[in-house]
Ligand binder design. Structure first.
Ligand code: G3P
Length: 230
């Protein structure tokens, strides 16, 4: 699947505000914001909510995690083939809250390629991002774990970490889109992230916990549109 940059990926995590019926409502709001602004937005609900959301909205749906397994005798795992059949078109891999061994990241990326499933691999710092970029996923996202869920954005608190990541990643894999995340909550955070060399953001609480997620997303999208026309 062709995902257009700049990209806004919204991770629903396991917040009650983005689970079950509320996950579907939130995905509908994201779809509305994406359609109205023309900015590509991806929703990442819990696995149990994927099928219903994918049947209802037209924007891309990712899984939060996939396991490095083939169909067969695994229990309690996420099989890419099953996620695909449920309507997901890609997956996060190695999120800070669902970390994998390097060999498992590499195997999962390979399985994604075989299944034409988009792989978005998360990394916690510039060096790990560069290591991950060498495995050639479709997207890499850098998120300093200490800022996740704090509302203090990586853009403002650690801009040098974004710049370092963008530099190292572009040396290893210049064409691969790089996102950043952690604490992203305002349009300004998005503007800064793009200016520092990313092609979008990976965000959770800033949207899921917002009073009006649609309004916040439109602000994010306007920031990305402005950055593109600048
Ligand atoms: O996957 C997104 C993420 O970990 C960032 O979370 O709540 O800081 O936007 P948050």
């Amino acid at each position: 699947m062709n995902l257009q940059s700049p990209l806004i990926i919204i991770n629903f995590k396991t917040y009650l505000e983005s689970s079950g019926k509320r996950a579907l409502e939130l995905a509908t709001q994201v779809e509305k914001a994406s359609k109205e602004t023309g900015v590509c937005m991806v929703v990442v609900p819990q696995a149990i909510d994927i099928a219903k959301i994918a049947q209802t909205v037209e924007i891309p749906v990712f899984a939060q995690h996939s396991d490095p397994i083939k169909p067969g005798n695994s229990t309690g795992h996420m099989l890419i083939e099953a996620l695909k059949e449920a309507g997901a078109v890609g997956t996060l891999i190695n999120h800070s809250e669902r970390q994998l061994r390097l060999i498992d990241i590499e195997t999962t990326i390979t399985l994604c390629k075989e299944q034409k499933f988009v792989s978005c691999v998360c990394a916690n710092n510039p060096l790990v991002s560069a290591a991950v970029a060498a495995l050639n996923p479709d997207i890499t996202s850098m998120e300093p774990p200490e800022l996740i869920g704090t509302g203090i954005s990586v853009s403002k608190a650690k801009p040098e970490v974004i710049t370092d990541t963008a530099r190292l990643v572009s040396q290893v894999n210049p064409k691969m889109p790089l996102l950043c995340g952690a604490g992203i909550s305002t349009a300004e955070d998005v503007t800064i992230a793009l200016k520092l060399g990313t092609q979008g953001v990976l965000v959770a609480s800033g949207i899921v916990k917002a009073k009006d997620p649609y309004e916040v997303l439109v602000g994010f999208a306007e920031a990305t549109n402005k950055a593109q026309s600048a």
